[in-house]
Design a protein around this ligand. Structure first.
Ligand code: NI
Length: 317
């Protein structure tokens, strides 16, 4: 019995760290005491004490191991496929992108450009090819002043209902006009009404290199609800990372922008182009559903799912 205990104690001492080594030495000393029948009670107590010390040593060793062994990496999420379509962008900081569709308008777009210049704000214009061909100087001015120009088709059809060849023609003609006006091809497109099938998005992205840009803030300014309503809707709904949709072809929208820009600035938003916003994208780490809403530091991350194109009122975009 003594020899077995000694072997067991020696094995543990061999494996143990310095932390528990002295406890094991005490245990071995007790276990190795000579058997004395007249002291059987004392020996039993020694055996019990030795067992407790051995257990303590094993536990201490386990704790030391867990503290010193490097924790294995948590399973990494498999990298998601690169996004080609954006309703908003998950970013660090209060960055947003204002976008203006369906222009340029001969009178209103220059007014808007003046206002943006006053505020030192860069925006993104999704132009219709026909209009850009008619007012290339306005497109050129917008680009020169630091705004981004995106492709919004040639004549604003519902691209989801067109053949691939017709879609290609709509985009190619507009791409060419933007290139002629600004000296460079656009890298963004927005489908009219937000309508483009997943298959179309993929081939348009592959063929033209475009990011497909939708939106998460829509003041429905095309319904002409009045400048204060447009302003209030935008200011209320905009979050960090938002892509704000409005139209530089409605007089009320241009009027609304005076208060809108002031109020967004007062809330601390910083204005970038859509491409700049996309370049700031941070991964949205999937979190357990139970903690997601508490763990999300950014309001943008806690937003409800973006509206689908099908849910949008027809004339939007
Ligand atoms: Ni449009």
């Amino acid at each position: 019995m003594t020899a077995n205990r000694r072997r067991a104690g020696s094995t543990l001492i061999h494996n143990a760290t310095n932390v528990d080594r002295h406890f094991l030495q005490v245990a071995e000393w007790i276990a190795s005491a000579k058997y004395n029948p007249s002291c059987s009670m004392l020996l039993s107590l020694r055996c019990l004490f030795a067992s407790m010390l051995l257990m303590f040593a094993v536990v201490a060793r386990a704790q030391t191991d867990s503290a010193t062994t490097s924790t294995p990496d948590a399973p990494k999420a498999s990298p998601a496929a690169p996004r080609i379509s954006f309703n908003y962008v998950h970013v660090d900081g209060s960055y947003i992108a204002l976008t203006f569709d369906d222009g340029p308008d001969k009178k209103l777009t220059p007014q808007l450009l003046d206002l943006l210049t006053e505020h030192h704000i860069k925006a993104t214009f999704f132009v219709i090819g026909q209009n850009a061909a008619e007012y290339p100087d306005i497109v050129a001015r917008a680009a020169r002043e630091g705004h981004e120009i995106g492709n919004h088709s040639w004549s604003h059809p519902n691209l989801a209902k067109l053949s691939d060849e017709s879609v290609r023609r709509q985009l190619r003609q507009t791409d060419d006009v933007i290139k002629q006006a600004t000296g460079k091809r656009p890298i963004l497109m927005r489908p009219p009404y937000g309508n483009l099938s997943p298959r179309q998005k993929q081939w348009v992205h592959d063929e033209f290199g475009y990011q497909i840009v939708l939106w998460d803030v829509d003041p429905l300014d095309w319904k002409r609800p009045g400048p204060s309503v447009v302003c209030n809707r935008i200011v209320r709904e905009t979050r960090p990372g938002s892509i704000v949709l409005s139209h530089d072809i409605h007089p009320g929208t241009i009027v609304a922008m005076h208060d809108t820009l002031n109020q967004l600035e007062a809330k601390g938003f910083k204005f970038v182009t859509v491409s700049e916003l996309i370049a700031m994208a941070k991964p949205e780490t999937p979190a357990p559903a139970t903690v997601r809403s508490q763990a999300s530091p950014s309001p943008a991350a806690a937003k409800p799912p973006p509206k689908t194109a099908a849910a949008l009122p027809t004339p939007a975009g």
